[in-house]
Design a binder for this molecule. Sequence first.
Ligand code: FPP
Length: 241
Amino acid sequence: MSALGPSHRLPRHIAIIMDGNGRWAKLRNLSRDKGHVRGVEATRVAIEHCVRLGIENLTLFAFSTENWNRSGQEVDHLLALLAEALENESSLLLKNNVKVKIVGNREDFSGELQKAIAKLEIATQENQGLRLFIAAGYGGRWDITNAVRTVAKKVSAGTLGISDITEDSFSEFLSLGGVTDPDLLIRTGGEQRISNYLLWQLAYSELYFTNCLWPDFSESELEAAIKSYSGRQRRFGLIGE
Ligand code: FPP
């Protein structure tokens, strides 16, 4: 039973930094890998609840550019888990009418993971429900640098004039080009920072930090975040009235 009522304003786009898998495992004397496995389960719960609530866009931070610096064993496990989840969750995502897109630099991923990504994107491309963006090999600075490169190429080829570069036209070249910016950023795991996530797109997002560790993130935790968002006054630099 949802605790959200008609008086609650829903965010059109929720972005999540899913943090705390390792600590969740440590508290239980389990390996970090076990924490990530439970993290995937919490991810499924969050996606399904966003579908039920009618959220339009959900962007999950699954693997950051900085995560490449973890031990080789943990990187391998995280990426294998991602490939496995993309494969295993495919039928559930199709059933729920979810359209999936992976955002980030996939060049350094194994051929197998790149194939799993392409397969899921193609299988779900006609879906009209929740748009699920999975940020993998993603960093906000990478995203902006990549967009600058695209713009520079167009300018040097003469297909884009310098005076045509505006905030709106530039944002089209970012990974989430054309998608409404996140209204709400949720970060679990107690840290209160952005960690090179959607640096451009979070400019006016409402931020919600919770001590809940990601594997414990439940439907009611998601609803608590949405309730908090719903009670906030967004001014976008204007005055209150
Ligand atoms: C942070 O926990 C979590 C990650 C680095 C990976 C998140 C990935 C998943 C939940 C699984 C794959 C995702 C999808 C979309 C299927 P941490 O290891 O930083 O935890 P700690 O801060 O407690 O050490």
